[in-house]
Ligand binder design. Structure first.
Ligand code: AMP
Length: 182
């Protein structure tokens, strides 16, 4: 299921650019204006549903925090479970974790050790709002593998193609970005 150019424009136009947030030189892609636009949100979620209903997925794993919004909605549409991949220290049960580099310093994401265990070798779709350097998504895909599940594909609403994030992540898993920003 390919998006038509009109549908793509509807989604694209609903995302707001905020210059110099959270610091000078960054153009922040604000998806809150997509979420509160029922036409754009509907077009996007319907597209993701039509695409991923063919994938025989068992779970969707969403990255903290904006990946939860799209991931949980899509999981419900597909009739499958949702698993949150959270920033360190937020999950209450036993976790496994993966560190990743930021521009300054390191961060860590975690998943509950039994999150995918109901289905052996579960087929998992990873989802987040945006891929930039790919550090977060790489760690997330690695984490899914460590649980014994399979990361079938990583899906992003926006992919910044002027960075190497998508290329790097493709060494680990298939990658799909609804909108490519160059
Ligand atoms: P990265 O690990 O560099 O691929 O960064 C991806 C994460 O940071 C995602 O969870 C995004 O939500 C967030 N992010 C990075 N750059 C931007 C941006 N320009 N606008 C909005 N969110 C961003």
């Amino acid at each position: 299921m390919k998006l038509s150019s009109i549908e793509k424009k509807i989604i694209e136009n609903s995302i707001r650019d905020i210059k110099d947030f959270p610091k000078p030189g960054i153009v922040f892609k604000d998806i809150t204006t997509l979420l509160n636009d029922r036409e754009a949100y509907g077009v996007l979620m319907n597209h993701l549903y039509q695409k991923y209903k063919e994938y025989e997925l068992d779970f969707i794993a969403g990255i903290d925090a904006r990946g939860f919004i799209f991931g949980a909605a899509l999981a419900q549409m597909l009739g499958i479970g949702f698993v949150p991949l959270r920033k360190k220290g937020k999950l209450p049960y036993t976790t496994i974790s993966q560190k990743y580099s930021l521009e300054y310093g390191v961060d860590e994401i975690e998943v509950h050790i039994d999150a995918f265990s109901k289905i052996p070798h579960a087929r998992v779709l990873l989802i987040d709002d945006l891929i930039a350097t790919g550090g977060t998504a790489n760690a997330a895909a690695e984490l899914i593998k460590q649980t014994g599940a399979e990361c079938v594909e990583a899906c992003f609403i926006l992919g910044l193609t002027f960075l190497d994030g998508i290329k790097n992540l493709q060494n680990q898993t298939s990658v799909y970005a609804v909108i490519e920003v160059n």
